[in-house]
Design a protein around this ligand. Sequence first.
Ligand code: ZN
Ligand code: ZN
Length: 282
Amino acid sequence: MAAIASAPESADGFAVRFWGVRGSLPCSGPDTARYGGNSSCVEMTCGDRRLVFDAGSGLRALAAAMDGPQDFDLLFSHFHYDHVIGLPFCGPLYRPDSRCRIHAGRAGREPDTRGVLERFMAAPLFPLRLDFFRAALSFNDFAPGDGLDLGDGISIRTAPLNHQDEATGYRVGYRGRSACYVTDTEQEAGGLDPGILGLIEGADLFIYDCTYTDAEYSAHRGWGHSTWQEGMRLAEAAGVRTLVIFHHDPGHDDAFMDVIAAEAERARPGTVVAKDGMTLTL
Ligand SMILES: [Zn+2]
Ligand SMILES: [Zn+2]
């Protein structure tokens, strides 16, 4: 693990940077300062390409680190507030010299992705409309399970997740390495989710919805989320190299996260607990 600048790096570099690691709601304050309080936003750089997964409040910090016009892909897991709330605060999208390709697993669904974002950025919920963005936007509504070819050797596989209003998991392959972004999803009752196992098989990095602990889960059955222990069971079964514990519950303060980190390290050495600002290189 080594820190790099937020800007895309060397030609064959593959890095993952966490700008928002919380689920459900951003939570600022001293009790969450070390792990971070921003909601879901993860950047992957593949050579000189930038992929952004979800537009939670962490996107604001990523946008602040972007300099000048931008050309990037924005891939949504789904559209719950914790995954879109940062979108209107993405400065490069207001520049006519920026380009953004937006992807989401909403093929055949109403409204489509553009329609969802138009509803989100509309009076009286927000003062700016989607058409205030001056960047060249394109929308790719695919069916979860489809593959996406982003060019430049970046291949993406997707899978449907077990979550209210549906969510999509992603696996990014680049130069023989792979990183998976799998949130939000509830663990299956009768065993490991076969769709997720197939998606993450042999992956180098597996970012997973670890909102709860196993001890907390029974009180949150049906809420659409999973546990870090389930992430570990999936990682073991699928031969994943590194599990990244992600989408932390806002109620889990730094002291609680330290306990999870210690238990996870004992159970599966090398497991990473995501923090705002953390960069992992593959
Ligand atoms: Zn979420
Ligand atoms: Zn959700």
